[in-house]
Design a protein around this ligand. Structure first.
Ligand code: AHR
Length: 320
């Protein structure tokens, strides 16, 4: 009799623990302060974050800051007040975060940065980060252009991302440093177009008007969406993008592969939009098992050219 009682208690205890363990990971609630929806890549990152959370049984609350830092700070404070288990932050700009991230740390809520970096004197404000090496992306772009022009003189125009954002700062740095090794290449115009198609079309139109006819040999855009806008402006000026004006950009969105198939774009450096998946995994592992994550999970920066555009388009068209 006693044996049956002990076995019964053990079974009940086991069930309670496993329910608690399962419930523990399923009950996680994460607040995600998202930049906005400025590009196709950003929209894909948001979509993939929702899917990744559902697959892991995590509740994900997403706040769209419409590219305004004050909205992100408000969202983080709201997540803290709600007592979320973790905060994801894709920081629209790289400075001005110490105060609010200090409040998150005081509330013992881990913060994980997605796809962008911040400047801080206190690196312990950030639990972990998932992002690419944005300086390397600019270097890969510059290396491709140097090889493509093969020593011929080439005047380049640059469409920068959001002023003060880490990808804009670093993609410019990587590109400029790399072009410094090739005296035949010269950046004749550079301006921010805020990572958007519409602004990039306007800025490219102004570059074309300002520069001597036919003198622009290449355009470097910090993301594919701005390149799509620039391609429109190049065509409206009666020039052939991909031929009269070479194109190199970053993200690897489906539309840039479409443009490559149409002979209107030359190269892109891929940035995976799946940043939230790895971030969720390291947070669940920490919450369930106490596993300390690395400070950085770095994603790849692979160059893609027209020879594989058709299959790359097919691979991406359903996740964007
Ligand atoms: O931070 C990543 C950048 O932000 C992407 O390259 C761009 O499309 C988005 O706006």
């Amino acid at each position: 009799m006693r044996g049956i009682r002990v076995l019964g208690v053990a079974l009940l205890l086991g069930a309670a623990l496993s329910a608690c363990g399962k419930k523990g990971s399923d009950a996680l609630t994460i607040g995600f302060s998202q930049v906005g929806s400025e590009s196709g890549w950003r929209a894909a990152e948001t979509r993939m974050a929702k899917t990744a959370a559902e697959q892991r049984g995590v509740t994900l609350k997403i706040s769209d800051a419409q590219q305004k830092q004050e909205n992100q700070i408000k969202a983080i404070r709201s997540f803290i007040a709600q007592g979320v288990d973790g905060i994801f932050l894709a920081p629209v700009v790289s400075t001005g975060w110490d105060q609010v991230l200090g409040e998150a740390r005081d509330a013992k809520i881990p913060v994980i940065l997605l796809d962008r970096a911040i400047e801080t004197s206190d690196p312990d404000l950030v639990f972990s980060a998932v992002r690419s090496d944005t300086v390397l992306e600019g270097k890969v772009a510059g290396d491709w252009l140097i090889k493509e022009v093969a020593g011929k003189p080439c005047n380049v125009v640059e469409l920068q991302g959001t002023v003060g954002s880490s990808p804009a700062i670093n993609r410019r740095k990587g590109f400029v440093d790399t072009l410094g090794t090739a005296p035949n290449l010269k950046i004749v115009r550079t301006q921010s177009a805020d990572f958007t198609r519409s602004k990039a079309k306007e800025v490219m139109e102004s570059f074309i008007k300002a520069e001597p006819a036919g003198s622009i040999c290449a355009v470097y855009a910090h993301n594919d969406d701005m390149m799509i806008g620039a391609i429109q402006a190049i065509k409206e000026a009666g020039l052939k993008p991909g031929k009269d004006v070479l194109t190199i950009s970053i993200d690897g969105v489906p539309d840039i592969f479409k443009a490559m198939e149409d002979g209107e774009a030359n190269a892109t450096v891929e940035l995976t939009p799946d940043m939230a998946g790895p971030a969720l995994d390291l947070l669940v592992d920490y919450k369930k098992n106490g596993t300390q994550p690395p400070k950085l999970v770095q994603t790849k920066s692979t160059l893609f050219l027209p020879d594989t555009a058709a299959q790359e388009y097919q691979k991406r068209k359903d996740i964007y």
